[in-house]
Design a protein around this ligand. Structure first.
Ligand code: BG6
Length: 482
């Protein structure tokens, strides 16, 4: 399609996501000549803004190098911006005219609509896009961001609404974890390596721990966060996506729908979580915190004083199939913890018939998603030298060392480019989403109906110790602290 004109329309163009992620991503793709020639961009939001003002809002996130100035000017020359409401049809008619004049051609043209919008205006906007703004000669694709509802009922309502307007192959539901290098690598690691592939089962693997940690709290997003909580914000989407890629059977091919079929299948084998499977936490202020101010979750003025919303959660999932029966998959995520980290740990079983007097530790394959992409395998070796002691060491594939000169694009760069190319491989299909909600809705309801109190943990700590305890009970051995 590289010679067909494309128009990229951003709803919510004056918002946070647009300035921090969408505009910078579009610029990097433009800068690297990865977008189709003659791509135009049009922002839309309620606030009145000139292109200059929009540009100034985004500037600090664009990372423009001195030698890119000319290209950067050229990039902004292809932009337009329209202010309008999200419900008035007349505003969408004006937008439509704007788009036609921006495209200034009578040939076929493709349009991408990016909805960086709060859920409250979502339905109206999609109806108006469908009725008024679609390209008549060319394809139309719609990118949407979570929250995709807040439980099985609301999510189904949203899916039905979207299905009444668009075909599934026009809908690109973003889970940006699917755009990360090491998440995309999971399929290769598993299915292109005989040695891993043949040990990837309950006979060899004791447990799997998937961890997401952030060292900061709500950071001004308390209003949104308090309504959703960490389970909906991170666990139900990002961590469950990683789990499906770790646990699914081998797809028939690398075609997007073959992969997504397998993800749905493995999700269907997971029973809904119960409260017994969970540990919930909420951070409290750290009075002795040094440097940055460390307020507790309830100190955030946009959070209600008696909120029980968890900012930390750990859940133990079971997969009821022949490969994984009895292997705990532990999902753990939290804000305001001791570090920023997203890691998958595949812990192997103990070696049967030990001859090393219990000094052997379990093998572990570690996939570090961030920071610093890495894949390493923990194994036992003889301590070098005259002794016959044994020790644990690592076969280490740290990207920074092995792939010094590779540019690893940001998740959004890959995903937005995929939309231009029409590849849905790294996007969430509606049946996947409904399985994810089936697994999480009962426990979310239970937590909310019974006003379950989360365990307090100090900002900057490892989170509630009950979580580590539960992890040990689920066949994950700690050797030091992760
Ligand atoms: C988002 C969540 O989806 O992912 C945020 O809404 C979270 O709460 C973010 O901070 C983490 O993304 P990343 O790419 O920084 O790990």
């Amino acid at each position: 399609d590289s010679h067909v004109p494309h128009t990229f329309v951003i709803f919510g163009a004056s918002g946070d996501l647009a300035k921090k992620k969408i505009y910078p991503t579009l610029w990097w793709l433009y800068r690297d000549n990865l977008l189709p020639k003659s791509t135009k961009f049009c922002g839309y939001a309620r606030s009145k803004l000139t292109i200059e003002e929009l540009r100034a809002k985004c500037h600090q996130y664009m990372k423009v190098q001195p030698d890119e100035q000319a290209k950067y000017e050229e990039f902004w020359q292809n932009h337009d911006y329209a202010a309008g409401s999200y419900d008035q049809r007349s505003d969408f008619v004006a937008l439509k005219e704007r788009l036609s004049s921006l495209e200034s051609c009578n040939c076929s043209c493709n349009r991408i609509f990016y909805l960086a919008l709060p859920p409250s205006v979502f339905e109206r906007v999609t109806v108006n896009i469908k009725d008024i703004c679609l390209a008549e000669r060319g394809w139309n694709r719609v990118i949407i961001e979570k929250p995709f509802g807040r439980d099985d009922v609301t999510s189904k309502k949203l899916s039905d609404h979207l299905a009444s307007l668009f075909h599934e192959d026009q809908l690109y539901r973003i889970d940006h974890y699917l755009g990360k290098e090491m998440v995309q690598n999971l399929m290769t690691i598993r299915f292109a390596n005989k040695i891993l592939n043949s040990t990837w089962n309950r006979e060899n693997i004791a447990s799997v721990l998937i961890t997401f940690k952030e060292p900061f709290g709500t950071q001004g997003r308390g209003g949104y966060f308090d309504e959703f909580g960490i389970i909906r914000d991170v666990m139900q989407n990002h961590l469950l996506q990683i789990l499906s890629l770790v646990a699914m059977e081998k797809p028939t091919s690398c075609q997007p729908d073959d992969i997504r079929d397998e993800k749905v299948k493995v999700l269907k084998s997971i029973p809904a979580l119960t409260l017994d499977d969970m540990v919930l936490g909420q951070y409290v202020g750290n009075p002795n915190g040094v440097g940055e101010q460390r307020e507790g979750y309830l100190d955030d003025p946009t959070v209600s004083n008696d909120s029980n919303t968890p900012t930390y959660a750990q859940g133990v999932l079971r997969i009821n199939n022949e490969r994984w029966d009895g292997v705990p998959f532990i999902l753990r995520c939290g804000k305001a913890l001791d570090e920023r980290k997203a890691v998958v740990r595949i812990q192997y079983r103990d070696v049967p018939g030990d001859i090393f007097e219990g000094n052997s530790k379990r093998n572990e394959l570690v996939i570090r998603v961030q920071p610093g992409e890495a894949l390493y395998f923990k194994m036992m070796t003889k301590s070098p030298g005259i002794t016959f002691d044994i020790e644990e060491t690592e076969l280490d594939l740290t990207y920074e060392h092995r792939y010094k000169n590779s540019y690893l694009p940001d998740a959004y760069e890959r995903l937005i480019l995929d939309v231009f190319c029409g590849s849905q491989m790294h996007f969430v299909r509606s049946d996947e989403l409904s399985e994810a909600w089936r697994i999480f809705t009962p426990v979310l309801n239970e937590i909310e109906n019974n006003k379950v109190k989360p365990i307090p943990y100090v900002f900057g700590s490892r989170g509630p110790k009950e979580a580590d305890q539960k992890t040990s009970e689920n066949n994950f051995k700690y050797y030091g602290s992760y």
